[in-house]
Ligand binder design. Structure first.
Ligand code: FAD
Ligand code: DLZ
Ligand code: SF4
Length: 524
């Protein structure tokens, strides 16, 4: 029985479930570049290039193996622009008896796949995506009966089950988590490793030209493009990280520095998410560096926890809670997204720096995402759907299953505390401690109110005040509420007044017409 096997743009591995049992003599693999996927948010140009170029390279690898690949390009004049439209067109080209796919990474696409049987009249098998360490069923078993989820407890179970950094049933070093060691700012004069970049080959250059002509209004710089688009190059990038950066990853994992978006981070998320690397091999490579004495335990544990803990945990939450998860708005946030998230044009130096890094590289590291652009969105009460669409658009690694829980739950507390026990709200003092951003800013992180006050300081107390009804009872928020209550009434009134004035001045529209060029507004 001939089978049409569908492979999506983030399923680029020979091990993907849809290819299990493939018969090269009869089966056809379908891969499609579709306009719907390139524009449902204004993806960063480098993100589109990464996905389409990696898809084209993967299709070539399959063909080299003697597998029939029906590959539909974005510029095919007959292209209908949708997954379902292209599936139907493909069925007219191939005599197949059934369709096999791997479950996608987005609830939206999963719902679309559910219609394929009725749309085509053929049996459709949607296989579990077994690239994750914890299956959806495994996470559901862990989650069952729990009121609130906490990553740390899930992570310990994953450590026990995989044996990663374990010795005779106990965590190596006698401790599960070395996070407390990993919060130092970058020391002066720290040597930063140069990062591997991959010069675009002919396939990538062709995709870059396509994206330049089709998506000129999308966010971000198209060049220089240096991401790996094949598994061998992604493996080389991993190897480079393990030897050059992992040994220093731990201590300064939360640090930020002007002009240095990458510091000692892994830069592996796009490869993991698209299928070029597996979570297991990345964790094993880090563990092996520890075992041979090439990297310290706090660095290796910290790195493995991000993947075995956070990555698996947010994916579990996504499928366990969707679709209702995306609809909650526990703090009732409604403010539109300020335009400077797209333009980077703001006198808040930290935001300008992170948006600038994001425009240049389609990358910002975790603390930039959480404590700068995320913290601002939380404190300013941005509508969750708007800030989620921004994160989904601007990062090369952004797919709904991972972006949504991070933004909706971790950043915006829109799930009311299901994913994290308290909001990650912070004043300017945090950014000042962990970065050198404030030195070049129009504001002063030490000034709490009045002339030159850092907007994060004003917005922090405004947030505390505005959400007292919802957060005051949270034991982990007791300290800020105590401080706020003790503050002198006149000072409180001044803070709130200045914060309101700042918020009123935020504009969701470009403040000058030329600023719109090269950007695309969201229409949600
Ligand atoms: P490293 O710092 O080297 O970490 C190693 C790996 O751990 C990452 O590659 C990633 O696979 C994993 N990881 C780390 N933190 C998380 C996390 N919180 N959730 C899931 N995986 C994690 N990650 C994405 O892959 N896609 C996203 O769309 C995404 N959106 C985010 C949005 C916000 C608001 C925040 C706070 C975090 C988001 N993250 C996302 C998680 C994290 O920021 C990125 O995975 C990381 O910055 C990628 O860079 P790296 O490979 O250098 O990471
Ligand atoms: C993000 C993206 C883009 C830009 N383009 C495509 C594409 O042309 N073809 C494709 O198969 N996938 C693409 N993707 C990824 C999808 O939007 C979606 O995130 C995944 O299929 C997971 O559901
Ligand atoms: Fe950001 Fe405030 Fe520091 Fe300026 S002073 S960089 S706004 S934290």
């Amino acid at each position: 029985m001939a089978v049409l096997r569908v492979v999506l743009g983030d399923q680029l591995t020979r091990e993907v479930a849809a290819l299990d049992g493939l018969d090269p003599a009869r089966d056809v693999v379908l891969m499609v570049e579709v306009a719907d996927e390139t524009r449902y948010v204004p993806h960063h140009k480098q993100k589109i290039v990464f996905i389409l170029s990696a898809m084209r390279h993967f299709a070539e690898e399959l063909k080299a193996e003697g597998i029939a690949v029906d590959y539909v390009r974005l510029d095919d004049p007959e292209n209908t622009g949708s997954f379902t439209g292209e599936l139907k067109r493909a069925l007219a080209r191939h005599a197949v008896e059934r369709i096999v796919a791997t479950e996608p990474g987005e609830w939206r696409v999963r719902a679309m796949m559910e219609t394929w049987g009725a749309e085509t009249g053929l049996p459709v098998e949607i296989r579990e995506d077994d690239r994750f360490i914890a299956s959806r069923g495994r996470f559901a078993r862990w989650a069952e009966g729990r009121k609130g989820f906490r990553m740390e407890f899930f992570y310990r179970e994953m450590r026990r089950e995989t044996g990663l950094l374990m010795e005779e049933g106990e965590p190596v070093g006698g401790q599960w988590n070395f996070d407390a060691d990993n919060r130092k700012p970058l020391p002066k004069g720290a040597r930063l490793p140069s990062r591997l970049r991959f010069a675009p080959d002919a396939i990538t250059r062709e995709v870059m030209a396509l994206v330049a002509s089709r998506c000129p209004d999308h966010f971000g710089d198209l060049e220089p493009f240096g991401w790996a688009v094949t598994r061998p190059d992604a493996l080389e990038a991993l190897d480079h990280f393990i030897t050059e950066a992992l040994p220093f990853f731990g201590d300064v994992q939360d640090a930020m520095k002007r002009g240095e978006p990458f510091l000692y981070h892994g830069l592996v998320s796009p490869y993991l998410n698209a299928g070029l690397l597996t979570a297991r091999e990345v964790c094993l490579a880090a563990e092996s560096a520890y075992r041979r004495g090439a990297a310290p335990l706090n660095a290796v544990e910290g790195f493995i926890r991000q993947i075995l803990g956070w990555r698996e945990y947010v994916r579990g939450i996504y499928w366990h809670q969707m679709p209702a998860y995306a609809e909650t708005n526990a703090l009732g946030a409604t403010r539109p997204l300020p335009w400077f998230y797209w333009s980077g044009e703001t006198d808040l130096a930290c935001i300008a720096e992170v948006v600038g890094d994001t425009r240049r590289h389609a990358y910002a590291h975790h603390i930039q995402r959480l404590m700068v652009t995320g913290n601002f969105a939380l404190l300013a009460g941005i509508r969750p759907a708007e800030i989620e669409a921004w994160y989904l658009a601007v990062y090369v690694d952004a797919f709904d299953w991972v972006e949504l829980p991070n933004v909706h739950g971790m950043v915006m507390f829109a799930d009311g505390g299901l994913l994290a026990s308290k909001p990650y709200a912070a004043s300017g003092a945090y950014i000042d401690r962990m970065s050198d951003y404030c030195a070049g800013c129009a504001y002063d992180p030490k000034v709490k109110v009045g002339e030159g006050a850092c907007p994060f300081n004003l917005l922090y107390w405004h947030f505390i005040d505005a959400n007292a009804g919802k957060l005051k009872g949270n034991p982990r928020m007791a300290m800020p509420y105590k401080t706020w209550e003790k503050m002198e009434a006149g000072r409180k009134a001044q803070i709130l007044e200045e914060a309101e004035a700042f918020l009123d001045a935020l504009s969701p529209e470009p403040t000058r017409p030329a600023a719109k060029a090269g950007q695309m507004a969201l229409d949600i």
